[in-house]
Design a protein around this ligand. Structure first.
Ligand code: PEP
Ligand code: MG
Length: 322
């Protein structure tokens, strides 16, 4: 079975009815980039940079980060979407910062972009490293946990002023470094039409979107039986986000676990998703499903499915997609 999949490596992910889908990889380490390329990913849809900061003493310098990002850019041909620091909640650092009291609800606390905007010196070091790496390839910057326009604007301002600063210091920076928004907070999905006007791309982070929509801690085993990607509320938010992207003419990707799970591929194609980012090991299996799918047909079926108000009926319809 695996051998059959390997044959798909050099093949484009084009559906039966001729729609091209982009398959990208999620990576955390430089070694993962090689695995992504080996599995035929077209680029990186999510580079989680937290690992540069975790399990160590102190914070990584601009130079160290620049080198790490440049190595990934050198190893991968296609676009590389680098997510800015997403520390806090499920991703804690051992040292270097935040010695305050432990919050009661860390997932609702100072994490990701909130932390970066509260500590702009921390953010700037990373942004400068990212912009310098952009001189060597197609780098895109992705902002995690955006919940309002203000955060997006403030981040864009910091990125712009860092670009100016670097240029004045004589560094090369790519002319085009698209800045995109992760849609992983329900408020962002609901306000997607507004955020789309100020974003160059969206990427749906279903791991957090499901956690926040269903009020289920993603790391609490006691409630993981309630963690349901097919909950009608989750599907509606995903649908709204994709539609808002199409309306605004910006690409919408998905980089949560749902994108790499073969049980949901047809459903997501039917919802109009055209960019899937996943663990490198899943790329070929998802490609096979895409190649065998008729997306026009799936869209008709999924449209009907979304009108169902009965979760059990909806699940039956989803299971029946082929
Ligand atoms: C997500 O929330 O879906 C996501 C991709 O980010 P992470 O799992 O790193 O929070
Ligand atoms: Mg997330």
């Amino acid at each position: 079975y695996r051998r059959d999949l390997v044959k798909l490596k050099g093949k484009a992910a084009i559906s039966q009815d001729g729609i091209k889908i982009h398959l990208l990889a999620n990576i955390e380490l430089l070694e993962d980039a090689a695995e992504a390329v080996a599995n035929g990913a077209e680029g990186i849809g999510l580079y989680r940079t937290e690992f540069l900061y975790m399990n160590r003493k102190g914070l990584p310098s601009e130079e160290e980060q620049y080198e790490a990002y440049s190595r990934i850019v050198a190893a991968v041909q296609g676009p590389i979407t680098i997510r800015t620091l997403d520390l806090g909640a499920d991703k804690q650092v051992d040292s270097g910062r935040s010695n305050g009291p432990t919050p009661n609800n860390p997932a609702l606390g100072l994490r990701a972009i909130r932390l970066c905007l509260k500590e702009p010196e921390l953010f700037r070091v990373q942004v400068r490293a990212l912009l310098r790496a952009s001189a060597h390839g197609k780098v895109q910057i992705m902002l995690p946990m955006i919940s309002n326009l203000q955060e997006l604007r403030q981040s864009q301002q910091i990125i712009e002023s860092s670009r100016e600063e670097l240029r004045n210091e004589g560094y090369k920076v790519a002319d085009e470094v698209p800045i995109g928004t992760m849609i992983e907070v329900p408020a962002a999905a609901i306000a997607a039409p507004m955020l789309a006007r100020h974003s160059r791309f969206f990427s749906i982070g279903t791991n957090d979107l499901i956690q926040y929509t269903l009020a289920i801690d993603r790391v609490d085993d006691e409630v993981n039986y309630l963690y349901d990607p097919l909950h009608p509320a989750v599907l509606r938010l995903i649908h709204m986000t994709i539609e808002a992207g199409i309306q605004a003419g910006i690409p919408v990707a998905m980089c949560g676990e749902m994108a790499g799970d073969p049980r949901y591929t047809r459903l997501l194609l039917g919802l109009g998703l055209t960019e899937f980012s996943m663990h490198p090991a899943n790329v070929l299996e998802i490609k096979r499903i895409i190649i065998e799918s008729n997306i026009g047909e799936l869209k008709r079926k999924v449209k009907q499915l979304l009108t169902s108000l009965d979760p059990v009926e909806m699940r039956d319809l989803i299971d029946g997609l082929d």
